[in-house]
Design a protein around this ligand. Structure first.
Ligand code: ZN
Ligand code: ZN
Length: 261
């Protein structure tokens, strides 16, 4: 009897105890790996060293979860503010119109719908650990309260695989969804250069504001629009220099973009 030849056994075929033991051991080994984004490449490539969970998610992924929960609140607030600027009717009126139109186009009410969907997702996670919180999340700013409660009660989820992993996955999904929506809104201008601190492409400028900020939750870098323009000019210059092997322009010469504004 060679257990390894039975690893891919036909359904219905009896499986030996050895194979079950081996599979069980493999499953236990996998359970020690952090299921978060830190192991994404290792999982994808099928090689490398897995980051271990502490006990489920690693410390870094727990921090990401916490930061993104707090960022979700800010992003939902930004979306709601954008939405207010776009419509004159009440949220429920807009929601009714959206149901009637049924075209799937982005309408003002999509923000209202999105935020109430987010609320029920967060509330579902909260209920696992706080089943009797009748009042929480039913007041003026439900997302704020729910995200706040979840962020400060993460230790309750930390050791509970069934509760923690769905929470982590939902928060990651919702965070990136809200970032995309917030950038797509007219009140925010997405800047093309990567953030000088975290190198992610998450810089945005609110229309009419002189501040450019990084939306990456672990970074949050802020700079003046003027500083950003200087960076953009340097980047343009570097790109031009890279394109021509023998640059004729004098070093230190400013590109015209820097002089604008
Ligand atoms: Zn991790
Ligand atoms: Zn950044």
């Amino acid at each position: 009897m060679q257990p390894s030849s039975h690893a891919q056994s036909e359904p219905g075929e009896p499986v030996s105890a050895d194979v079950l033991d081996a599979l069980e051991q493999e499953r236990r080994e996998e359970e020690r790996h952090c299921p978060g984004a830190c192991n994404f490449l290792t999982r994808k490539n099928g090689r490398g060293v897995f980051v271990l969970g502490e006990p489920i998610l690693c410390e870094r992924c727990m921090t990401t979860l916490r930061n993104e929960l707090l960022a979700i609140d800010t992003l939902a607030g930004m979306l709601a503010a954008q939405d207010d600027g776009h419509r004159t009717s009440t949220g429920s009126d807009a929601a009714i119109r959206a149901h009637r139109s049924g075209t799937g186009r982005r309408s003002p009410s999509s923000v209202v719908d999105t935020i109430s969907e987010l609320e029920s997702v967060l509330r579902g996670h909260m209920r696992l650990k706080r089943p009797v919180a009748h009042k929480l999340g039913l007041l003026a700013r439900p997302v704020t309260e729910l995200a706040d409660w979840l962020a400060s009660n993460l230790p309750r989820y930390r050791d509970d695989r069934e509760a923690l992993i769905p929470l982590y996955e939902d928060v990651r999904r919702w965070h990136s969804r809200l970032v995309k929506m917030a950038k797509a809104g007219t009140a925010l201008i997405s800047k093309p250069l990567p953030c000088p601190r975290c190198r992610e492409r998450g810089l945005v400028q609110e229309r009419g504001s002189d501040v450019v900020k990084c939306t990456s939750p672990t970074c949050g870098k802020m700079m003046s629009a003027r500083d950003y323009d200087d960076l953009a000019a340097e980047a343009a210059e570097a790109a031009a220099a890279g394109a021509e092997p023998t640059p004729v322009r004098k070093r230190g010469a400013k590109a015209p973009v820097a002089e604008a504004s």
